[in-house]
Each structure stands twice: as C-alpha cells, then as structure tokens.
Design a protein around this ligand. Sequence first.
Ligand code: UDX
Length: 438
Amino acid sequence: MRIVMIGSGYVGLVSGACLADFGHHITCVDKSAAKIDALEAGEVPIFEPGLDTIIEHNRSSGRLDFSKDLSAPVAAADVVFIAVGTPSRRGDGHADLSYVYAAAREIAASVEGFTVVVTKSTVPVGTGDELERIFREEFPDKDIEVVSNPEFLREGAAISDFKRPDRIVLGTEEPRAIEVMREVYRPLYLNEAPLYFCERRTSELIKYAANAFLAMKITFINEIADLCEQIGADVQKVAKGIGMDKRIGDKFLHPGPGYGGSCFPKDTLALVKTAQDYDSPVRLIETTVAINDNRKRAMGRKVIAACDGSVRGKKIAVLGLTFKPNTDDMRDAPSITIVQALLDGGATVHVYDPEGMDAAKDLLGPVTYGSDAYEIAEGADAVVLITEWDQFRALDFKRLKGLVRTPVLVDLRNIYPTAEVTRHGFSYFAVGKKSEKN
Ligand code: UDX
C-alpha cells in the first residue's frame, strides 16, 4: 500500500519506518526542512535504538522516502497518518490540536480517490468526529474516512513495541476503512497481534485511559515507597510480592523520582481536562498529577537531607538527566526539578548523561557538564543517581571512594543493594528502603 506519515517526529518516524519494514511504501512528511534534509542525508534527528538501521535499510530498498511537501504523496496514497505533535496548550493543559487540524485541511485538499485518514497522534476524545465534520463541510467532494489508531510506543523500546504490540487499537465502524486498516497491519496480524476494532471515540479514550492508568500505577508504588521508608519495609520486595498476583502484574512497579516524558505528564493532564469538561472528573488522575509534581520536589529535599540537611557550598554529582534511559528526551524529566532544588540550596552541581546533555543545556540552570560518572564525582559531597542508564549499573565504588570528598550515594532508582554500597564506606540513600549512614 502507499502510505503517508504526516509528522516525522518520534511517533511518525518510528511508525513510518516499521510500516516500510512490513513492505508498504511510506513517505514521511515534515514541515521542518532541516529535519527532512537531515533524514535525506541519512541522519536520524532523534535518538531511538535501532531506528537509524531500519530507516537506512528501507530507504535503500526504496520503500521509505521523505518529503517537505505533502500534496503529491497524499494524492497517491491509500492511507494518510496524522502523527504531528499535540502538546499541552499553554495555560490550561488541554491538548493543542492546531497542528492536527492544519495537517487535516492540507491532506483533504490533496486527497484523490477513497483515502483513509488516521489519527496516530494522541488526540482528545471527539477529535475524529471533528475531523469528519471538517472534511464533510469543507471538502464535500472528497471521499475520506477517519480512523483512530493510537500508538503505545515507549521511548527507547519503540521499534519492538511497534513490531510486537500487545494489541492494535483501531477506532472505526466503516467497512471500507476496516478493510484498508486490516491490509496496513496484515504483517502484524500474521504475528497474532490482535487487531482490536471499536468505535472511534472509544479508541481515542483507550489511549488516555492506558497512559493515565500506567501513570497512576507508578504513583501508587511511589507512595508505597514513602510508606516503606517510614515503617522499615522494602518496597522492591513489596512490589515483587504484589506483582506476582496476575491481576496486578509486575510491570511499572519500580519506584523512582516520579514519571516524566512527553506522554504521561501531557496525557494525564489532558484526560483530567476532558473529564472536567464533561463534568465527570477523574479524581484519581487529578491526584496522580498532583502527587507526581510534588514528588519531583520532594526528591530534591531527599538529596539535601542526605547531605545532613544542607548542600550550601557543597559539590553534588548528578548521574543521569533524561526522563528514562535509552533516550535523549528531557521533557518533564525529574532531574530538571531536582537540579534546580540543589542550585537553590546553594550547591555546585556537576551533571553527566550519556545522551541528554545537549537537550538539558536549554533546561538546567548554571551546572557543569561532565564527561563521565567518575570525572564529575571528583571532590563531590554526594553522588545522585537519577536515571538508570546501563552504564551506571556497575559503578566501581572503590574508585569512587577515592574520588569523592564525602562518600554519599543517593540512588533514586534503587539500582544497588544497600550492602554493595555501604561496604565501600558510602552512606546509602534509596527509595522505599532503609537508608544506611556510614
Ligand atoms: C509511555 C507509555 O509507556 C507508552 O505506552 C506510551 O505510548 C507513551 O508513554 P514513555 O513515556 O516513553 O511511554 O516511557 P515509559 O517507559 O512508560 O516511562 C514513563 C515514565 O515513568 C518514565 O519517567 C519512567 O522513568 C517512569 N517509570 C516507568 C517509573 O518511574 N517506574 C516504572 O516502573 C516505569
């Protein structure tokens, strides 16, 4: 099939490249000339493991190409995906749909023959209906069906999530559109990935409900972690103990400094606003948002407490800035709040992250960017582990002990068993576990 992906960001590029890998012909379109020029020069503008290889393979096979202009590719397309950004609107937290509607009107103007227009971007419930109204009223001579097809890709695992999904959600009840979407996802269907067809509004809500539930699950274990610290229990063992119940499941029960990223913070807020608009508030998610925001600030206080209540005039080494490992994405990363709290407390902060430092430079205050964990640990009064990159999972504590001024490790991802750290003379502070001062 001939497919066009409008928006060559994180979702559009991964989805386009993977659909090309299925044998379809994909044109990824983006208004950013710089992005398209980079892609045509063989550079991939985002960090996603394996994406460069899959793009190169499909470009050289002639199944994947790029364009700044959508008119010609759309005219020849069977399916057009809208994968443009839907950021939180300034001030009120609703999703900003201006890019979606602009793309939709451009698409409709260029469409020839029966074409399925798919919302791949995360869009509020009812957006598909609005698109259908626009097409019907402003482009009455065009034969377009609108389908909702939300993505459930995790940054850093996006390609495997696309190729081995738990389900493919497709919001449409139109037989012609159902037929076309079966064809798009036939290769996955052969992998037994269930195609789940439902009404369009149901499909749009599934995306928000899924992300909100996952954000709530993380926030639940984060609160249990705080309780564990007070009553002397071990949250990792609590998580394991409850996770063995198949009704709960063992995923997304890792406590940490709070969730970040381009999705959970934005989608929870958008769901809260939508629910309030329909006078049916989702109070559990309202509370999840409030708890998570507060948690990031609380983590700053946790580090200060680990430094005997003050970081003034002290050097703090921060390992990891991105909102999670295997990404360069700093959006809503807890490190932004934590680092600011340390700077406000009078600390000198040195930071290192394998991929996120370029993006961090626009977001962090006056910190020093280092070259690796050991370099920034030199003379530090505390080492703070914020993002669980693999390269931070086997630190040489003997070497670190000889570098730091004060042996304190604050491990906000519970990477290390307490004894492994304390036996090297460090005081160890974690999340949901007893702290050990040396
Ligand atoms: C999420 C959803 O998982 C994905 O399905 C959706 O399409 C987009 O949003 P993503 O934001 O890329 O994906 O990352 P994810 O792995 O879900 O982590 C989100 C945040 O939760 C990160 O800050 C991560 O550190 C945190 N997290 C995750 C925890 O704190 N504990 C966990 O157990 C899991």
